[in-house]
Design a protein around this ligand. Structure first.
Ligand SMILES: [Fe+2]
Length: 290
């Protein structure tokens, strides 16, 4: 894959049900929207009408939560056929999902579970990503998840695992800055080490979100504004990787659209203030700031 083949979308927000009417009727200023793929993998009705209306006015990307790329179950071909059909209809700038597993034995636990970070898991996931990319006819983005446990038999760090999967699968990376921050706190690693290790030429998108502080651990709840520490980490990420499409995620206690739009504007201001003046998308231009 080549990072330059992916569009420079700018700054967007997740498309959420409470805002459907406002987005369709008022057509608020927004660079792009990220739609949860599964919400639109239906045969017809209101959801598809909404997505069609949004797509007529904005670029979109499709972001999935059920690919379960790390599972030991066979790939869900029916799911992938539906996803491919959705992509054919709405022509998203790209398709993303998470580097995790969400079920086993045909059961979906509706949670994004971390994998053991081993060479065996790298090969397993990478071969599945290649199959998915073949079925979809495009490179996908994989997102790092937040986690609350690690496997005793892991032999790689999380950033080594993510990087190895992306390299072996030849896929792109959606770097969730809040997830890095949450996992760094929960597991006691330096978030900056994560940023330094991920291959810059594969980072196509950032996620920003709010989390909950439970004292001894952080929980990735997506129900708060982005905190200052995550904004600071985002700025480091932009210095390291250069400008990339940035999205505000907010999934619970969803505020009015103006609040979301203000967060996207803040990402634009903070991102543009520390990004290289010219978007060369070249590593040479970024390495001085890394
Ligand atoms: Fe995310």
């Amino acid at each position: 894959m080549n990072r330059a083949d992916f569009a420079s979308l700018g700054f967007g927000v997740g498309l959420r049900r409470p805002h459907y009417s406002h987005v369709l009727q008022a057509r608020p200023k927004m660079d792009w929207f990220e739609a949860i793929s599964e919400n639109f993998m239906v045969d017809g009705g209101r959801p598809l009408e909404v997505l069609e209306g949004v797509r007529n006015n904005y670029p979109i990307v499709l972001h999935g939560v059920s690919l379960s790329i790390g599972s030991a179950d066979p790939l869900n071909r029916d799911y992938l056929r539906k996803l491919a059909a959705l992509a054919r209809r709405f022509e998203p700038a790209w398709i993303s999902d998470h580097l995790c597993w969400t079920g086993i034995g045909g059961r979906n636990v509706h949670d994004l579970l971390p994998l053991p970070y081993t060479e065996e898991a790298v090969s397993h996931v990478a071969s599945r990503v290649r199959q998915v990319q073949e079925m979809l006819g495009r490179h996908i983005l994989l997102e790092n998840v937040s986690s609350y446990l690690t496997f005793a038999h892991s032999t790689l760090s999380e950033w080594e695992f993510l990087s190895a999967v992306a390299e072996e699968a030849d896929c792109a990376i959606l770097l969730d800055i809040n997830n890095i921050y949450v996992s760094a706190f929960n597991h006691g690693f330096e978030a900056e080490r994560y940023l330094e290790a991920v291959p810059a030429e594969r980072v196509v998108q950032f996620h920003l979100a709010g989390h909950s502080d439970h004292g001894s651990y952080l929980l990735d709840t997506h129900d708060h504004p982005v905190c200052e520490a995550v904004w600071a980490l985002y700025e480091k990420a932009v210095r390291r990787f250069g400008p990339a499409a940035t999205l505000i995620e907010w999934d619970d206690h969803i505020p009015d659209f103006a609040t979301l739009a203000a967060a996207a504007d803040q990402a634009r201001r903070r991102g543009e203030a520390c990004a290289p003046a010219v978007d060369t998308r070249g590593l040479e231009a970024l390495s001085d700031d890394a």
